[in-house]
Design a protein around this ligand. Structure first.
Ligand code: PLP
Length: 395
């Protein structure tokens, strides 16, 4: 019996929800996804903050093709000199504060967090990790341990011991709990799955100061906020602080899977001894992904994309005024529309999809809809997308 792609998807591709969006996409370009029937959808979530420079940016496609012809996988992490890795690391480090000068490549956000947690434990010789209520850092065991939401954790215990969960944006909690026992404080500059609550400057500055005072590592998770989404290349630039360890992924690869954690050369050296090979992975820094990432970074810097984010945010805020929208929250093109109920939010999300705009809600906030279009979206496209959202609210 011949099964359709949809039937094969439901039968053989592991499902994590009883109601996947289930669009069958055959092509993607810029801000648009095209289904098997040739219908175009505006991707207003960028595949969840990945396609920051749009889908299939020609510079990324070209870099992928060129590198695939040279070589693809050669050797497990860290043994051979591979120019896509070295050139990307140099470009990243040149854009970061001087102490963030050593890049460890991985394949995803959760892996970046795993590596960062291990590094903090190894450098400090301590085990206590501080994280925040409703934080999301990934779904693997270490990352899940520092997730700030019990609903998603409880079925998988036991997890890492020594994890303390504090209130997001509570300076008081930070002052009270970060101590000489703390290995790391892991924090997002904009609490993503809570529905894009930006950190206050005082909060991130207090974490930074407390970590410095007590010799703990500040780990900043910019997996979602990085690569221009918040309106600067990295959100921390807007806060007057810099972390000890920076975690990146998602938008980093221009659509290819790559992540990294970045720290000082001195800190990273901890992985070279006692034991040697302190953090191992096979595919991290895949040359094709690094080439794609290098092209993506160059596009972000050369095409005036990041400086345009603020005006696009303002336009969305100006257009999305409706009594049903209780609040537009967030920074840059990392915005959340807060509705008065989960029912209304879900109805709006579903109607948006029916009207040709891909929308989604948040893991820990079912009252809010995410607005995270590609940063390359034009003013005209924003107007079109917002008109779809407003008509979806009207029903
Ligand atoms: C803030 C944040 N951290 C970590 C992760 C985990 O990244 P990945 O899904 O690539 O493992 C995500 C993914 O949504 C995220 O939004």
């Amino acid at each position: 019996m011949h099964l359709t792609n949809r039937q094969l998807f439901l039968k053989h591709v592991a499902q994590t929800s009883p109601a996947p969006i289930g669009l069958e996409i055959v092509k993607a370009r810029g801000i648009y996804l095209y289904d098997a029937g040739g219908r175009a959808y505006i991707d207003f979530i960028s595949g969840n903050s990945v396609s920051n420079i749009g889908h299939c940016h020609p510079a990324v496609v070209q870099a992928v093709q060129a590198q695939a012809e040279q070589y693809m996988f050669l050797m497990v992490y860290g043994e051979y000199v591979q120019s896509p890795q070295t050139l990307l690391a140099k470009d990243l480090c040149d854009l970061l504060p001087a102490h963030l000068n050593s890049v460890y490549y991985v394949n995803s956000g959760a892996e970046a967090v795993e590596g960062a947690l291990k590094l903090a434990k190894r450098v400090t010789g301590r085990t206590e990790i501080i994280c925040f209520r409703d934080a999301y850092h990934g779904s693997t065991h270490g990352a899940l341990s520092v997730m700030g939401n019990e609903v998603f954790k409880q079925a998988f215990r036991p997890l890492l011991p020594g994890v303390k969960i504090l209130e997001y944006n509570s300076v008081e909690d930070v002052l009270q709990h970060v101590s000489d026992k703390t290995a790391a404080v892991i924090v997002e500059p904009i609490a993503s799955e809570k529905g894009y609550e930006p950190a206050t400057s005082g909060f991130l500055q207090a974490i930074h100061a407390q970590c410095s005072r007590h010799g703990a590592m500040m780990i900043l998770d910019e997996i979602q906020s990085g690569f221009g989404r918040s309106g600067s290349l990295f959100a921390f630039e807007q806060y007057g602080i810099s972390p000890d360890i920076l975690c990146l992924a998602k938008g980093m690869g221009g659509g290819m899977p790559i992540g990294c954690f970045i720290s000082s050369h001195e800190n990273m050296n901890a992985f070279t001894h006692d034991p040697v090979l302190g953090h191992i992975n096979t595919f991290g820094g895949h040359p094709v992904c690094c080439a794609a990432s290098l092209a993506c970074l160059q596009v972000l810097q050369s095409e005036n994309i990041i400086p345009s984010v603020h005006a696009k945010e303002q336009l969305i805020r100006q257009l999305l005024v409706h009594p049903a929208i209780k609040q537009v929250r967030g920074k840059g093109l990392m915005l959340a529309l807060e509705f008065e109920s989960a029912e209304l939010n879900m109805a709006v999300v579903n109607r948006c999809i029916q009207h040709g705009l891909v929308a989604d809600w948040f893991l820990f906030n079912d009252h809010a809809m995410r607005v995270t279009p590609p940063l390359t979206i034009t003013e005209e496209e924003i107007r079109k997308a917002c008109a779809i959202i407003l008509s979806a609210i009207e029903g």
